[in-house]
Design a protein around this ligand. Structure first.
Ligand code: ADP
Length: 547
């Protein structure tokens, strides 16, 4: 017997229809690349998305056709999110921090027919335009008055011209919920980037889960400023979650420096945010130097890389902001675990509380996690055993785009398929997962594993340290030993020997790095993560030479 409930497919268009009807007056505020602040409502954004959908029809964008964006967080980007997916095409958000040849490679791989771009990225478009054979037109996301006076790109279109004259009424088609809605490429530190293709169904289910109180926990009372970019895993789903719950959105555009972010947070009375640790570091440094505080911001979700203890404490103690640690990946839409507290934590305070909050958290419903040893067998949840972290669920990748059927999953003894994340983790008895390393960043000293994340965390709690990366480098006796690479805070001095003494008593002696080197900057990848592979290359023989 089948259930007798309405068969309404889970579609992305339903989010913006809901927002326009039930949260129609809620604002979306954007700092534009043109320099000014733009304001609109969900109702207005929906009308413009409908005009854009007509414009896309007029340009011949058909079902499942790929439309790319190279854009910051802003209302026009959000219109593209809804118009492209809503009409049954696929939005391919491109990370502009990829190298130009990688950008043209992903455009070719995805077979993008149109590329919408913010003016900031005109130099990239000019560099790659000729090599993008699939692209019929490049669209500058601006109005006629701001169109570039001269450009080498032929036939460039203007976004506002496309919308002008189009009807603000569009009947969103009833699609198969399993159709592709958007795609995003992993950053491809080794080899070419891999395409991850989300569906309407996976996106809506992910949105429900992300909106839960112990998920991202956003509500109609929130003003959310997503620092996490819309070009990376759909800004962790925030453009969808905000529409679902009716939260005001504040888009920072290209201005991600501490001063601009702080001004916008204060001016728009932002209550919640989300981003990677490196961006927060910039904001916190600026606030510390200028003795600033937050009047309304009380929560921020931090993920993409481990949330350092020092940052967790600074947010709580100096700014009265709860930093919520979350973990996920492009292949997981991206949310996997969120570190929300349980009733059993009671009024936990101080060290005990920070210890819990520093973990990556518990699985949200929809995602299952387990850790396995080299034999593939599940390891105990005791907070000590660590192994490869596997995941499964309706918003976890099954296959990469254009992977010719190659299966990235592993099947366990019960015949259940899991996606290996490439992360190494422990899980506590109560389900709190902690990433100890990326498997390729693991340091193996004489057969024993040392967690680079633990050491970085500790180093960052020293007042003179701005950034820290711990890498394994060659050692004649132990194969590999930890080397700590540090960036000093401006105007503060610290020597290597003092740093090494700082570790004494906090971690086992054999885990203390063999040496410390100071650098001006640690290279960051396209998603703001430290490129430890570059550091390993640079310092590979450091300990051999020191001997
Ligand atoms: P990319 O693959 O493009 O670099 P992803 O966001 O997909 O970007 O990267 C996912 C990886 O980032 C995870 O597998 C994990 O190694 C790391 N990561 C994400 N969140 C956290 C976190 N909270 N703590 C530690 N590592 C994290």
């Amino acid at each position: 017997m089948l259930g007798l409930m309405q068969d309404v497919p889970l579609l992305i268009s339903s989010l913006i229809v809901h927002a326009a009807r039930h949260h129609g007056d809620v604002e979306i505020v954007s700092r534009r690349v043109e320099g000014d602040i733009h304001r609109c409502t969900y109702h207005e954004l929906h009308r413009r998305a409908q005009r854009l959908a007509h414009a896309l029809d007029a340009l011949g964008v058909g079902s499942s056709a790929r439309v790319a964006t190279l854009a910051w967080n802003g209302y026009r980007h959000m219109e593209l999110y809804y118009a492209v997916a809503g009409k049954g095409a696929v939005l391919h958000t491109i990370n502009p921090r990829l190298a130009p040849d990688q950008i043209s490679w992903v455009i070719g791989d995805a077979q993008d027919g149109l590329v919408f771009f913010d003016l900031t990225f005109l130099p990239i478009i000019e560099k790659i335009a000729l090599s993008c054979k699939t692209v019929k037109a490049f669209v500058a996301m601006t109005d006629r008055a701001h169109m570039p006076a001269t450009t080498s790109v032929t036939g460039m279109l203007c976004y506002e011209d496309l919308l002008a004259g189009q009807s603000g009424h569009y009947v969103w088609p009833v699609l198969d919920e399993n159709l592709a809605s958007s795609m995003c490429y992993t950053s491809g530190t080794t080899g070419n980037p891999k395409g991850v293709v989300y569906s309407h169904r996976s996106t809506i289910l992910h949105t429900f889960a992300a909106a839960l109180p112990d998920g991202l926990g956003f509500s109609a009372r929130d003003v959310i400023l997503p620092v996490v970019p819309m070009f990376h895993v759909n800004a962790w789903g925030i453009p969808y979650v905000a529409a679902m719950v009716g939260a005001k959105l504040v888009f920072p555009g290209s201005a991600l420096d501490g001063k601009s972010l702080h001004e916008l947070i204060e001016a728009e009375k932002v209550t919640a945010s989300a981003g990677v640790p490196t961006v927060w570091q910039g904001l916190l440094n600026y606030m510390e130097q200028n003795d600033l505080h937050f009047s309304t911001m009380r929560r921020t979700v931090i993920g993409g890389a481990a949330l350092p203890q020092a940052m967790l404490r600074a947010f709580a103690e100096r700014y009265d902001v709860t930093a919520i640690h979350a973990w996920g990946m492009t292949e997981m839409s991206p949310l996997g675990t969120v570190c929300a507290l349980r009733a059993t934590h009671g009024d936990a305070k101080g060290e005990a509380l920070y210890r819990v909050r520093g973990k990556q958290g518990r699985a949200i419903f929809g995602v299952d996690i387990k850790i396995v040893g080299p034999d593939g067998n599940e390891l105990p949840w005791d907070g000590v055993a660590f192994g490869d972290l596997l995941v499964r669920g309706p918003w976890v990748v099954r296959e990469y785009f254009h992977a010719s059927g190659e299966n990235p999953l592993v099947t366990d003894a019960d015949g259940v398929a899991w996606f290996p994340t490439g992360d190494v983790a422990t899980i506590e008895a109560d389900g709190y997962m902690q990433i100890t390393d990326r498997s390729k960043d693991v340091i193996k000293s004489g057969g024993e594993w040392i967690s680079s994340i633990d050491i970085e965390n500790l180093a960052l709690s020293h007042p003179a340290v701005a950034m820290a990366a711990c890498i394994g480098v060659k050692h004649p006796k132990w194969d590999e030993r930890p080397l700590l690479v540090l960036v000093r805070k401006p105007g503060v001095d610290v020597e290597g020997a003092e740093m090494l003494r700082f570790f004494e008593g906090s971690i086992a002696k054999w885990q203390i790095p063999d040496d410390v080197v100071f650098v001006d900057a640690i290279p960051l990848g396209a998603t703001g993560k430290m490129q430890k592979n570059k550091l390993r290359e640079r310092f590979r023989d450091h300990l051999l030479q020191a001997k």
